[in-house]
Design a protein around this ligand. Structure first.
Ligand SMILES: [Zn+2]
Length: 448
């Protein structure tokens, strides 16, 4: 995540300047309690279906609250039946499903939210607000607790913020009936052992279905034109849900343009013109639930440049812009597994996202506080750390492949380091070897 106002941008980064996202790290989460066991029998604890917990994430820059909304039973669980305890230390938040009788954590997943980002804005120092959120997990067979954790803003340690005991026979749990038509864009493997991506339309009217279908094919083509996604096509599924908007296009509040669209996507999020996002995540999940899914990406019906991506939340990009393909893949790097932005904003020296003395959780950024658990072992013995590099303008393709620790990244000029001069998470080139390795490790986990 990042502060979305008050920054300067280099000419080099014009294409990326407002495409924000939340990022992520490649270390195993050492904060997990001993009671968490990964290899237990799925069928003993869960049904075949998905359960969804909706709530409102409320607060301001200093405080946050989780206000329960409702529980739903959705369709088939699309995740692995073995990857039940996310072992990575990625994300600003995580949640746990705890078996009420035994006290054992039976499911854990990590994520970030738009609300996490809003908390870093100037507005959050003056006013409290809320955003609708929802999390999904395999439906437990027995009564359980849902626990939500968030990182302490200073220590960056996860703290429990919310706990709610749920009775599985509660008649208030409603069933969701899929109401939208779905399309198969690319099927690489089984639902259980593949990454299941769902593409959602936003700002397409009922007579623009063919246009959306074509945009979905372009999204898949873009993803599979980059490694390591190309070589992992066999374990990636892409489906689309068709849902219409009353009006064509996307809202641009800063230009006085408001469109009546299905999900309420808008430019000018948090005052940044090209930051295009949706605040109502429950509305997003309502549409996504028509297909089995683990990862959501929204295609917006506009030619205007922009988008965003938040870890295990959703990614979003304009379907009609000339750089659509690269932006899709960059934002997907954020939304799939929280890769950090490797670019620099000139003049930017302080960030609440990457405070000095704290190791970022993102796999592709380091402050050297805990470099051993990042990509240090991928650097050749004769490469200096930090790795000197005068100007990224002068780099050759060969130089760009040298793995080191190059100063600048995570929007900051100093004190934070990235693996190579160039990357998809920097200037929309190919993913660097460190990002590629982290993506493959994440896919290995998801597809177990
Ligand atoms: Zn990278």
């Amino acid at each position: 995540m990042k502060i979305v106002h008050k920054h300067t941008i280099t000419a080099l980064l014009l294409s990326l300047q407002f495409v924000y996202g939340i990022a992520q790290n490649s270390g195993i989460d050492t904060s997990l309690p001993q009671s968490i066991e990964e290899n237990f029998n799925y069928q003993e604890y869960f049904t075949e279906n998905t359960m969804r917990y909706d709530f409102h994430h409320a607060g301001n820059s200093n405080n946050e609250y989780y206000l329960f909304d409702r529980l739903k039973r959705e369709g088939l669980w699309a995740g692995s039946k073995k990857a039940l305890i996310n072992p990575f230390d990625y994300g600003e938040q995580h949640f746990r499903i705890v078996d009420a009788e035994s006290g054992k954590t039976i499911y854990k997943n990590n994520y970030c939210t738009l609300f996490n980002e809003w908390q870093t804005t100037a507005e959050a120092t003056e006013v409290s607000r809320s955003m609708p959120e929802g999390i999904i997990f395999p439906e437990p067979k027995r009564d359980f607790y849902i626990e939500i954790y968030a990182r302490n803003k200073v220590t960056k340690v996860m703290e429990k913020k919310h706990s709610h005991r749920v009775k599985v026979n509660d008649y208030n749990i409603r069933s969701y009936n899929a109401e939208h038509e779905t399309m198969e864009i690319h099927i690489g493997g089984s639902i259980e052992h593949s990454l299941d991506i769902v593409l959602l339309p936003e700002g397409f009217t009922c007579d623009e279905k063919d246009k959306f279908a074509e945009a979905c094919r372009k999204w898949a083509d873009a993803l599979f034109s980059y490694e390591p996604f190309r070589q992992n096509m066999f374990r990636i599924n892409i489906r689309a849900v068709w849902a219409t908007s009353k009006e064509s296009g996307i809202s641009e509040p800063g230009h006085g343009v408001w469109k009546d669209t299905n999900l309420g996507a808008r430019f000018f999020t948090f005052g940044s013109e090209r930051y295009q996002m949706i605040e109502d995540f429950q509305a997003v999940r309502d549409v996504a639930a028509s297909a089995p899914y683990e990862s959501i990406f929204i295609l917006t019906n506009t030619t205007k440049y922009g988008g965003g991506g938040i870890y295990n939340f959703y990614g979003l990009g304009s379907a009609g812009n000339i750089r659509t393909g690269e932006v899709y893949v960059h934002e997907f790097g954020h939304s799939l597994m929280g890769l950090g932005d490797e670019y620099v904003e000139v003049g930017n020296t302080v960030s609440s996202f990457y405070p000095a003395g704290k190791e970022p959780w993102e796999a592709n950024l380091t402050t050297f506080v805990n470099f051993d658990k990042k990509w240090k072992n991928m650097i050749a013995d004769d490469t200096a750390i930090p790795t000197p590099f005068d100007s990224i303008m002068l780099s050759t393709p060969q130089e760009e492949l040298i793995i080191g620790a190059y100063e600048g990244g995570g929007y900051l000029e100093k004190g934070i380091y990235r693996p190579t001069p160039q990357c998809m998470m920097n200037q929309l080139r190919n993913f660097c070897p460190v990002c590629q390795k982290a993506i493959v490790e994440y896919l290995d986990y998801i597809c177990k």
